[in-house]
Design a binder for this molecule. Structure first.
Ligand code: 5GP
Ligand code: MN
Length: 332
């Protein structure tokens, strides 16, 4: 079985390379509210297309989070709203990275022709293999890990620049090489990247250690509301638009907040409810070993990984908290 899978993976890599070699005028997009892996993976594809003298455009709905702006070529990534060229342009060729399903690209879908050729590169178990070509490895820690394999297969020589991009994806999606997805392969890829001169400590300091004052204030608010079920197996907190405004926090400052609920001893599932407006809530789910939160997220129209998943649900905050808690209790 393992051999069959790896054979399929090799074939998928070959098809993805072929797609990349033959494409031009291509839109490279990652998911809404992009994380470190989404931005890094976008940049790695950009780096390769640039090397191969292709015309390309890097984008995601929200642009680059502040702390990722120091990545090489990050200034090339646009957002939905800062489009310089007319937004009526519809791309015929699209590469989606780190997007479990096509809808994850959000409003960028408006820039995609209805019959566009799509290359789908991802590591989410909930990926539905949309697109003309799909390169999916669900046991990869990050999309960046798959891209490392792809670059090797493509026979390109790596440099410190692309090394920094790849390392960032690995670092952020493994929670600093701590989560259970930190495999021997991840560590050996990281080792190869460090040999290229990548400054692992600087990247970790900026992305995992440094905290803005606004983020600290947001954490204070979140922690003051941390609640648990009577058996203390589910912990949750919520953040409102007022919290965001009053602390001056931005979306990326929410990252890691859900872990305070999950990391408490005895807690099986940690939940963060981010109220987007009166009618919608973004839910982040984290689990320890027992519960598959990707299945729970999927039942609310979202997806993700076994231990980290999310969804966007319509309804009032209190109703959604109640519904999700009910659903999680069923799984325990
Ligand atoms: P986070 O809670 O950090 O936003 O996301 C955790 C994981 O769940 C990530 O792997 C992310 O891709 C996935 N995820 C979060 N929100 C959604 C969603 O609305 N739909 C899908 N399919 N996946 C999501
Ligand atoms: Mn990822």
């Amino acid at each position: 079985m393992a051999e069959m899978l790896s054979e399929r993976y090799a074939e998928d890599i070959e098809r993805a390379c072929e797609f990349l070699r033959t494409c031009d005028d291509v839109l490279v997009v990652s998911h809404v509210q992009p994380d470190g892996d989404a931005i890094s993976s976008t940049l790695v594809i950009g780096w390769l297309l640039n090397k191969w003298n292709k015309t390309y455009r890097l984008v995601n709905e929200n642009g680059v989070p502040g702390r990722l702006r120091e990545l090489p070529m990050a200034e090339q990534i646009g957002s939905y709203t800062d489009a310089e060229e007319p937004t009526e342009k519809k791309y015929e060729t699209v590469i989606c990275v780190d997007c479990a399903d096509y809808a994850r690209i959000g409003k960028i879908a408006n820039w995609v022709a209805s019959d566009a050729r799509i290359l789908n590169i991802d590591h989410h178990p909930t990926n539905d293999r949309y697109g003309e070509a799909a390169l999916i490895r669900v046991n990869a820690a990050a999309t960046a890990e798959i891209l490392y394999d792809l670059l090797l297969a493509a026979g390109v020589e790596l440099d410190e620049q692309v090394g920094t991009m790849l390392y960032t994806g690995l670092l952020t999606d493994t929670g600093g090489f701590r989560y259970s997805n930190t495999t021997p392969h991840v560590m050996s890829v990281a080792s190869e990247l460090l040999k290229l001169g990548v400054e692992g400590n600087t990247i970790a300091e900026r992305l995992l250690e440094t905290m803005s004052m606004a983020q600290l204030k947001l954490i204070q608010r979140g922690l003051s509301r941390l609640s648990f079920t009577p058996d203390q197996r589910i912990g949750w907190l919520f953040i409102t638009p007022d919290d965001m405004r009053e602390t001056g926090a931005v979306n990326e400052d929410l990252e890691g907040l859900v872990n305070y609920a999950r990391n408490v001893e005895g807690v099986d599932v940690g939940l963060l409810f981010k109220q987007i407006d009166e009618q919608s809530v973004k839910v982040s789910m984290r689990s320890s070993e027992r519960v598959d939160v990707s299945a729970i997220a999927q039942s609310f129209g979202g997806g993700g990984h076994v231990r980290a998943a999310g969804c966007k649900v319509s309804g009032a905050l209190e109703d959604i908290i109640r519904q999700v808690l009910e659903r999680v209790k069923q799984e325990l």
